[in-house]
Design a protein around this ligand. Structure first.
Ligand SMILES: Cc1cc2nc3c(=O)[nH]c(=O)nc-3n(C[C@H](O)[C@H](O)[C@H](O)COP(=O)(O)OP(=O)(O)OC[C@H]3O[C@@H](n4cnc5c(N)ncnc54)[C@H](O)[C@@H]3O)c2cc1C
Length: 370
């Protein structure tokens, strides 16, 4: 048996990589999460809606359905335990015209198949009683949807890793790995103090850079690395206090859940994200998109006043499908996909990746260690 420097190395200290690191640490394994940036959570995990999804939409039997429902249950417990701010505020999926009712009914059926708790159908009157300012002809109420402080969550994950004698190495970019004869990997990291070290398990949780990382691993078949597509989502913020208690989502659009109303833990209201297919990482928000937002939001919240929205922030979805193609499942590329024992590469971890992160961490650790 080769003595490894570490049991596990995880590449990427976003929510998913940190949750994977925590799952190894909880099993008593030595683990280091290596992160290219100078702080944790600077990638996709800090540019999203911070919504805890209930698991309503995802196809039957998919990883997204299972990871989201399980991850959401684990996440609420974790946030409670670590005293990280969250609010199980609930959400309405609204039909704003009779022709949208069928789409909302489809969400209701899928939610039931996925085993999502606290979902109920509301007539227009019932929805109006709950949210008088929202206009709809019917709605689905999801009581398990919530919002949370995602950065506080990631700090708590880091804390659990460190309490179990693991570490998060910042400003330490992963630069490549070579499989060792007999199992395990030698990995190379850069930064101010370049290093090589050996480990038994290697996890790539680098989101927008997962494909680039996988390409530096010797023996990883190029044809098993899915092409990366960038799905940019921009947000606009509302002046003043959040006007609605529940999150409000119209039915999903192809490739995304669609532009919605969400609150943050500070009580501000945001609308977004839209979906724009881009060819490079650019996080600027084009203020010309505001016209579309005003028009879209007023379909479910007519109270939106002219001039109330300003450009907010943008995030980019690490997509593995092109515009117009069906949205695939999360891609967990383990040894059966690439032939390298002890390696798991995670591709296409877009929404609901944040909600699913604790379940993904457990799934990855148990698949590799089994
Ligand atoms: C607009 C938008 C809205 C979303 N809304 C929600 C939502 O409301 N709820 C939800 O559940 N999900 C949501 N998601 C999805 C969710 O944000 C992601 O699935 C999740 O944050 C992905 O986490 P991650 O750890 O995989 O990626 P990241 O947070 O991007 O972490 C990857 C890390 O890898 C690091 N890295 C990259 N290359 C290297 C390298 N060579 N060496 C070392 N480190 C490296 C990066 O710096 C980064 O820190 C949304 C996504 C977007 C884009």
């Amino acid at each position: 048996m080769i003595p490894f420097d570490l049991d596990a190395v995880v590449v990427g200290a976003g929510a998913v990589g940190l949750a994977c690191g925590r799952s190894f640490a909880r099993r008593g394994l030595s683990v280091v999460v290596v992160e290219a940036e100078k702080a944790i959570g600077q990638g996709v995990s800090s540019r999203n809606s911070e919504v805890i999804h209930a698991g309503l939409y995802y196809p039957t039997g998919s990883l997204k359905a299972r990871m989201c429902v399980e991850g959401r249950r684990r996440l609420y417990d974790f946030l409670e335990l670590h005293k990280v701010a969250y609010e199980r505020c609930g959400k309405l999926v609204v039909a704003t015209s009779p022709d949208q009712i069928e789409a909302v009914e489809k969400v209701a059926r899928q939610a039931e198949i996925n085993g999502v708790e606290d979902v109920s159908w509301l007539s227009a009157d019932q929805a109006h009683k709950l949210e008088p300012e929202v206009r709809c002809v019917a709605a689905l109420l999801s009581g398990q949807t919530g919002i949370f402080d995602s950065h506080g969550y990631m700090l708590a994950l880091q804390g659990e890793i460190e309490d179990a004698s693991g570490a998060v190495a910042l400003a330490t970019p992963f630069e490549g790995a070579t499989p060792l004869p007999g199992g395990g990997f030698e990995i190379r990291t850069g930064g101010a103090e370049p290093a090589t070290l050996t480990c038994r398990y290697l996890v790539i949780a680098a989101a927008l850079h997962a494909q680039a990382c996988a390409a530096t691993i010797e023996g990883f078949p190029a044809e098993r690395i899915p092409k990366l597509y960038l799905g940019k989502g921009s947000y606009f913020v509302l002046a003043g206090k959040a006007p609605l208690h529940h999150l409000v989502y119209p039915p999903p659009i192809p490739g995304a859940l669609g532009l919605h109303y969400k609150r943050d833990m500070a009580g501000r209201a945001h609308f977004g994200p839209d979906l724009e297919w881009v060819d490079h990482e650019d996080y600027s928000v084009d203020t010309r998109r505001a016209d579309y937002f005003y028009d879209y939001v007023r379909r479910f919240w007519p109270g939106l006043k002219d001039g109330a929205l300003s450009a907010d922030y943008a995030g980019i979805r690490p997509k593995i499908h092109a515009e117009g193609e069906p949205q695939p499942d999360f891609d967990f590329a383990g040894p059966e996909a690439h032939g390298l024992d002890g390696l798991m590469a995670l591709f296409g971890i877009e929404s609901p990746g944040l909600t699913s992160s604790l379940a993904i961490g457990e799934e990855v650790a148990s698949r590799l260690i089994a």
